[in-house]
Write a protein that binds this ligand. Structure first.
Ligand SMILES: [Zn+2]
Length: 526
């Protein structure tokens, strides 16, 4: 097994396979994968309702040329080194051959018990079994088509074997590649676009992998000179360089000579200039002026009632829409095409915090970035040569409609600043009573939807996936159906969805197929 994997890796990296086009095998020059981190159907709907755009976002409706988006659910389970009872697997050869425990997603048993999708919130201390994935394991599946345990980045469950990522494949084919995020550039989802690490927490190594790789565009947060609200640190203040590869890498990157041929930018106006197409470098690292995230962690700024949270946005960081346009302009200089992953990374963080106003702010920022990507595609490319995938990596917070469960000991919805109230508001099977699965309720544009958080962690709930453009139909080959989920969020209720769902490994599979087929020949053959 191990020998086979190594063989596959070297094959993938040394030969840039371009398959001859078959009559009905779709191909794409460019693939844009947009990930809103940590959001399922209910969270997605919450922001769509707030925007007054449920079912009518740019990626949810037919495009001007008639191209229709396809909507699927997506499963994202990882594998566990222990079973549900906390017993280690892999103690002997037979177990190792069998591998590890797969969490799986079963559309029939999922609905038997409310807390099925967030099981280890109640597990005894010391057991590492979870019924849900983390971001690094999910990213590994999305980018390599391989499942692994939580915490690993593009490595097998033992942390020994490297998996080949879609960015490495695209690079070997001569394409440009990029990773863009609203959180630290070396965080799990952007970091996994190229890097390999036994632990997602080795940020400095992950960043050094990124700037030593074939990536052409790297954009995100993690700037050591700024705090969480975008304020510059005082000269003598202690600085944290880990998200940008350590002090040595940072010094090289920001010096006159630069580092590994990367141009370096940090000012909001620099990102905006690239978004306007001005003075495009071939390779760029953009680290926005925040140590943490673009906006979600800001504090002590002026009031602004126009925002769901009531607080003004930090003004010195770019929006994800700006970074999206900037990255696409840079990558598009490569005539062979490109692969890019663009992440709204802090939706997940606000899901952990059970902070619905800021959760919605982050998802609106993501939605505007998808609008920007679509505008860019329709101006600079088209749906016959570009595939756009809009999805998430897992759900966070266990968001349901108001009244889904009766809280025996705490509030149904808590003030995001009151940590104890948040804890008490979450679902506790020993005290609370589950009523019925309810979708979040629409209270009109500009108003908070009806919602309840049930968890402070990730869940194994289905997340949505919209695919538009060349190759989007390939997802049909791997689909199954969750009829119960379709009744909640589809069947024309909010989204036009029949309950079809695919696994996150199919995202890699489809991207790999469309990038590995000659798109010019494929189009000529049609
Ligand atoms: Zn995530």
């Amino acid at each position: 097994m191990r020998h086979l994997s190594r063989f596959t890796i070297s094959l993938g990296l040394t030969c840039a396979f371009v398959m001859p086009a078959f009559a009905d095998e779709p191909a794409a020059k460019n693939v844009i994968l947009m990930i809103s981190d940590g959001i399922g159907f209910n969270g997605w709907l919450a922001a769509d309702y707030y925007q007054g755009k449920a079912g009518s976002q740019s990626y949810q409706i037919a495009r001007p040329d008639g191209t229709e988006p396809r909507l699927y659910g997506q499963t994202h389970w990882s594998v566990n080194p222990v079973d549900e009872n906390g017993n280690l697997v892999g103690d002997d050869e037979a177990d190792q051959a069998a591998g590890v425990v797969e969490q799986y997603y079963d559309p029939t048993t999922r609905w038997n018990r409310f807390e099925n999708t967030f099981l280890n919130d109640f597990a005894p201390v010391g057991q590492s079994y979870t019924s849900y994935t983390d971001s690094s394991s999910a990213a590994t599946a999305l980018y390599t088509g391989r499942k692994t345990v939580n915490g690993r980045i593009n490595k097998d469950w033992k942390g020994e074997i490297d998996f080949v990522t879609i960015a490495q494949i695209a690079n070997a084919q001569g394409r440009a590649t990029g990773a863009v995020s609203t959180v630290q550039v070396s965080h799990a989802t952007p970091g996994a676009v190229w890097s390999h690490a036994a632990s997602r927490n080795s940020y400095a190594d992950i960043f050094n992998d990124m700037v030593g790789s074939g990536l052409d565009v790297i954009m995100g947060a993690g700037h050591p000179d700024f705090d969480r609200s975008g304020r510059r640190l005082e000269d003598g203040a202690e600085r944290d360089y880990k998200f940008v590869g350590g002090e040595e890498t940072w010094t090289a990157l920001t010096s006159e000579e630069g580092h590994n041929d990367f141009a370096f930018i940090e000012e909001k106006s620099d990102f905006e200039a690239l978004a306007a197409g001005e003075n495009l470098p071939r390779k760029v690292v953009g680290v926005m002026q925040s140590i943490s995230t673009a906006q979600s962690d800001r504090s002590d700024l002026d009031a602004d009632e126009a925002n769901p949270s009531g607080m003004a946005f930090a003004e010195n960081v770019p929006s994800l829409a700006t970074m999206t346009q900037a990255s696409l302009n840079v990558l598009n200089q490569n005539e062979t095409g490109f692969f890019v992953m663009i992440e709204g990374g802090a939706v997940d963080w606000m899901g952990h915090a059970n902070d619905m106003p800021r959760y919605i702010e982050e998802q609106i920022d993501f939605n505007l970035a998808v609008d920007a990507a679509i505008e860019w595609i329709e101006e600079n490319s088209n749906w016959e040569e570009t595939l756009l995938i809009v999805t998430s990596d897992h759900e966070t917070g266990g968001i349901w409609g108001e009244g889904t469960y009766a809280n025996g000991s705490g509030p149904a919805v808590a003030d995001p600043s009151d940590k104890e109230a948040i804890e008490a508001a979450r679902f506790d099977p020993t005290q609370d009573r589950f009523n019925d699965y309810l979708a979040v309720q629409d209270r009109g544009a500009g108003s908070m939807p009806g919602y309840q958080f049930s968890s402070g962690n990730h869940t194994n709930e289905l997340v949505p996936l919209w695919a538009i453009g060349s190759g989007s139909q390939l997802f049909d080959e791997a689909r199954r159906v969750d009829v119960r989920a379709a009744k909640l969020w589809g069947n024309d209720a909010a989204y036009d969805w029949d309950g079809s769902f695919i696994d996150n490994t199919s995202v890699f599979d489809v991207m790999n197929r469309v990038l590995s087929t000659d798109h010019l020949e494929s189009r000529a053959g049609l």
